[in-house]
Design a binder for this molecule. Sequence first.
Ligand SMILES: Nc1nc2c(c(=O)[nH]1)N[C@H]1C(S)=C(S)[C@@H](COP(=O)(O)OP(=O)(O)OC[C@H]3O[C@@H](n4cnc5c(=O)[nH]c(N)nc54)[C@H](O)[C@@H]3O)O[C@H]1N2
Ligand SMILES: Nc1nc2c(c(=O)[nH]1)N[C@H]1C(S)=C(S)[C@@H](COP(=O)(O)OP(=O)(O)OC[C@H]3O[C@@H](n4cnc5c(=O)[nH]c(N)nc54)[C@H](O)[C@@H]3O)O[C@H]1N2
Ligand code: SF4
Ligand SMILES: [Mo]
Length: 684
Amino acid sequence: MKKDTVCRMCSSCCPVQAEVVNGKLISAERKSFVAKEKRLPCAKLKAAADIVYSPERVTTPLIREEGGELFREASWDEALDLVADKFNHYKTHSGAQSVGWLRGMAADWGSPWDYANRMMNYFGSPNTIGNGSICFVAREMAHVYTYGAMAFPEAGKAKCIIVWGKHDGDTALGVAEAILHAKANGATLIVIDPIKTPLASKADIWLQIKPGHDGLLAMAMINEIIATDLYDKEFVETFSTGFSELQEVAAGFPVDKIAQEIWLDPEHIREVAKMYATTKPACIIDGNGLDMQLDMFQSTRAVALLRGLTGNIDTMGGDVLPQPIAVRNIQAKDVLPTGAQPITSAYPLFNTFSDTWGNQVQSCVVDAILDEIPYSLKMVVVQAGNPVVTMADSNRASAAFAKLDFLVVIDMFMTKTAKLADVILPASSCFEKTQLNRASTRNNPVILQDEVIKPIGDSWPDWKIVFELARRLGFEKEFPWKTAEGAIDYQLEPVAVTTDMLRKEPSGLRVEELKHQKYLENGFATPSGKFEFYSEVLRQNGFCPVPYSKGFLKHPISFSEQPETYPFIGISGARDIRFTNSQYRTIPSLLKNGVGCVVDIHPADAEKQEISKGDSVKIETPKGSIEMEANISKVVHPGCIRIAWGWGDYNSRYNLNSLTDDDRRNPITGTPSQRSFMCRMTKV
Ligand SMILES: Nc1nc2c(c(=O)[nH]1)N[C@H]1C(S)=C(S)[C@@H](COP(=O)(O)OP(=O)(O)OC[C@H]3O[C@@H](n4cnc5c(=O)[nH]c(N)nc54)[C@H](O)[C@@H]3O)O[C@H]1N2
Ligand SMILES: Nc1nc2c(c(=O)[nH]1)N[C@H]1C(S)=C(S)[C@@H](COP(=O)(O)OP(=O)(O)OC[C@H]3O[C@@H](n4cnc5c(=O)[nH]c(N)nc54)[C@H](O)[C@@H]3O)O[C@H]1N2
Ligand code: SF4
Ligand SMILES: [Mo]
């Protein structure tokens, strides 16, 4: 039997069709607009059955033996009663806010985010915290502060595509297919990446930028486009605000001077600026290469400004503003006690820029546990995340989770974080549950993630875990739903869509026709109603109203204050198509062609340090050290090394985040620099 659903094994949310025989998942295939033979293969999806039926899965609730190292199996009743007791215990003794809920990666950025928020709000704690400070939510905020929403590149129809710090060939295959399709139809492809990625090798122009310096490039391009009079005057005059302020600030970023600072040829910058400004339609695909940087907010906003300067915002084949579905907001934020301050209260703009994202500065969880800043967290539930290895400064993060009075982990596998837990609640995989994906409600059309097989063992879908826990906390009335469908139908009621209707439209149900240039009618969803080159709200809050109006950051890369001790720029490595962050390293079929956990070193640097391919090298920062096998490769610039990402759960020796810094953060989004940092490398 074939069944349609949405794969959530990474955050791409690919619509897929699963083959199910006798209730067993056999295989699954991605759907795409390109012909089957042109579709890019996904190794994770190919291994879907191996992942779902992995003997490593946790399939029963586990409770830690009193004072011991071992876990014992428990029933759901016993485990949930214990968790509910602990919620109430800490509420009585240290206040509801001392209980936190930390949400991990996109794996489950579906409606369960709303459910966890709803439950915690009724419980009285403002501390439901996501990890958006290092992922795309922070990027989304920079878009919102420019034109009111996060723009989606319509790459398949573009004539010029700039890929800026993204590698869809590893991370979002649907977009990668759209890029290749456009290129085959004659579009110009520009890639801005410090690494010669497979896509960079195919590009018409590749800018090998110095890591962490994208904001300078964007400002130099803005300067050049204005100076050469190539900007879209009609758009700028009619629909934007703050152009003259932008012009003034951008004048401080002349191409020739900036090019030197960011390792580029000024002629290449001019060429890219001209190409982007004069080819219509053009889109910019920005990615996580911009996100996890200290300077991420201003650099992403500077890149976003280019879209308006050239009139490419919300045009067909440009960067299109989304048409979100008006689902019912069930988070119930208003039931929190007035004045309840989350632990992320140092980041008020980020906490409030969206009605539904809520609090996303995950580093604050560690501050609250270890340093009681702004106050103490005693108990945390970690759902769909492995923070002990994925957060910056793993040694500090581990110390925090180990220090907690009570830790609950909701996961499919026994991760390093789960090993520290008092209770582990086994979650069902994406193929074992029905859920409303946030990605689809954020933009037309809505596609249902539908259960294709029953939950494995005694695992439960996340929605059920939250609903049953909520009922034990006394919120039967607030959580009346017995099925996922019941809750989804309630959420979709305002748009008159039901789960049944979605099941009949497995390719997606369009609530509203796709429209472009919606600003002609409605303006932009910004305070001024215009495209904001200048943001008055940012100014009022003490931030630069125009990116870099107070200059560029002196040290955009961690540990750059000590260049003699830490001479190399470490780059957090590619996202291997076989894995998602710290996941899937226990799946033998994904490791059968070798582990591939290496550090890429330029031949010139390798020669200087007498390092050969296969040697073991030690990499150090003030935070810690790791060891990895050397690979000699010209994909990196001399002076840079690229370190494989995501191996911390597999082996602590390879944990990249043992090197990263969480002391310095972006003042708006709380983003630490998990992407680029200075380091030292020696042969072992
Ligand atoms: N240095 C460095 N650090 C990084 C990154 C980097 O590139 N470099 N990337 C950053 C980014 S962008 C992100 S988003 C974070 C990711 O950080 P995490 O969210 O911690 O990432 P994962 O390792 O994907 O962990 C997800 C966990 O969810 C579990 N899981 C999967 N599906 C489900 C489900 O349906 N329900 C439940 N309950 N659990 C499930 C998996 O088994 C896994 O243990 O890491 C960040 N950290
Ligand atoms: N296979 C797989 N897919 C995934 C994931 C995964 O772990 N594995 N994770 C998911 C998650 S949580 C996320 S957030 C997305 C992220 O997916 P993407 O947005 O594609 O991000 P990355 O692949 O982390 O990095 C993109 C590129 O940024 C480049 N880069 C590094 N530093 C810089 C810099 O300073 N400037 C510029 N311009 N570029 C730089 C890198 O070399 C890389 O080629 O992928 C999702 N999909
Ligand atoms: S890229 Fe692969 S793992 Fe990610 S959602 Fe798509 S099919 Fe699933
Ligand atoms: Mo992410």
